[in-house]
Design a protein around this ligand. Structure first.
Ligand SMILES: Cc1cc2nc3c(=O)[nH]c(=O)nc-3n(C[C@H](O)[C@H](O)[C@H](O)COP(=O)(O)OP(=O)(O)OC[C@H]3O[C@@H](n4cnc5c(N)ncnc54)[C@H](O)[C@@H]3O)c2cc1C
Length: 318
């Protein structure tokens, strides 16, 4: 929960116009659902970000998904573009730190160095402008570099782990900046060390190779065309709702269970791509959550396969 006495400490670190009170989270998620965050700030520099994290540590705040701690301490959470988040209708009773203002991208030879809040599409365009290949797979993923590193985002046979050489993180525990190698990132399928260590991503180095401008451009166009053709991009969603279970496709299992087009309130299993739960018509977070639960139950009952959500839940869900 938020403690108003922290407002004055936050004010010393972040200009007033970047401290939003009771900010609707539907404005910051691609599902376009979610209640209010008690406080919402956008950080613009690594130093500013580190100072806020230091202040929160000093105040005994906890990094928390549900905005609750057993001993009523202040909760906080870091987000990128909110493209893999389902925020509850009750919102988040704490501080949300949005990294999208930290978005510098620089090029050094075949290397791109980008801050956590840089959008993958912008990084891909920078790569294209500099005739660098290897990042095309990520060009249509609507997230930030920080979110993509955390999730080891991937598409069309590529994953962040294939191109990342180093990640600079802030360790919330030791309150220090660390540089991790790709090995130390412990990348796996939609997994990285960021998920189980007290780290937040500040920036990363992306190693690419020289390529032909036309080929890079054609590949990006091809991938993005395939997305438009196969995915329900006309509706708000968080992309694939579930991780791919070993040996299966989540969408295939959901379709076999007869759930394509199935809906709860305004949330629907897309009839274009059953792997996507979409906000079809003014869905609430509760509609989406219930639909996800029902899909998991039915698929498990029919096939014995447990679908694990890829989407990250933020706030309290019944
Ligand atoms: C239409 C659509 C298509 C998609 N297609 C794909 C796809 O092809 N492949 C794929 O992998 N994903 C896909 N996604 C999902 C999503 O875009 C990715 O997971 C993306 O990497 C999330 O980035 P984000 O910045 O939006 O992160 P958020 O959704 O804001 O956060 C996701 C997680 O990352 C953490 N995080 C964010 N920034 C930081 C940071 N700086 N430090 C530490 N943790 C951080 C958050 O705490 C949270 O746990 C798609 C989503 C949509 C809506």
């Amino acid at each position: 929960m938020w403690d108003n006495s922290l407002d004055s400490r936050l004010n010393k670190l972040i200009p007033e116009d970047r401290i939003l009170r009771d900010e609707p989270m539907f404005l910051h998620t691609t599902f376009r659902v979610g209640g209010k965050a008690k406080r919402f700030i956008t950080v613009r520099e690594a130093d500013e970000f580190a100072a806020v994290l230091g202040m929160l540590d000093d105040a005994g705040a906890v990094y928390s998904y549900d905005g609750k701690s057993s001993d009523d301490r202040v909760s906080y959470y870091v987000i990128g573009n909110g493209s893999n988040l389902l925020v509850s209708d009750a919102g988040y009773d704490g501080l949300i730190i949005d990294t999208s203002g930290m978005n510098d991208i620089t090029v050094e030879g075949d290397m791109i160095i980008a801050q956590a809040g840089a959008m993958l599409g912008k990084i891909a365009n920078t790569a294209l402008d500099n005739d660098l290949k290897g990042f095309e797979f990520a060009s249509g993923i609507p997230g930030t570099l920080g979110g993509a590193v955390c999730m080891n985002a991937g598409a069309y046979g590529g994953e962040m782990k294939d191109v990342i050489t180093e990640v600079t993180v802030f360790d919330r525990e030791s309150q220090s900046i660390k540089t991790l190698t790709c090995d130390e990132m412990d990348f796996g399928y939609r997994h990285s060390v960021i998920k189980n260590k007290p780290y937040v991503v500040l920036s990363a180095r992306i190693m690419l190779t020289k390529g032909q401008h036309e080929e890079i451009s054609a590949l990006m166009k091809d991938y993005n065309g395939r997305r438009r053709e196969k995915q329900p991009l006309e509706y708000p969603s968080a992309g694939s709702t579930f991780k791919r279970p070993t040996g299966f496709y989540a969408g295939g299992l959901i379709e076999e269970s007869g759930l394509k087009g199935y809906s709860v309130g305004g949330a629907e299993v897309s009839d274009k791509h059953a792997g996507f739960v979409i906000n079809k018509d003014k869905a609430t977070a509760a509609d989406i959550y219930r639909l996800i639960c029902e899909v998991r139950e039915k698929v498990y009952a029919d096939t014995g396969v447990r679908l694990e959500p890829e989407v990250v839940f933020l706030g309290e869900f019944a």
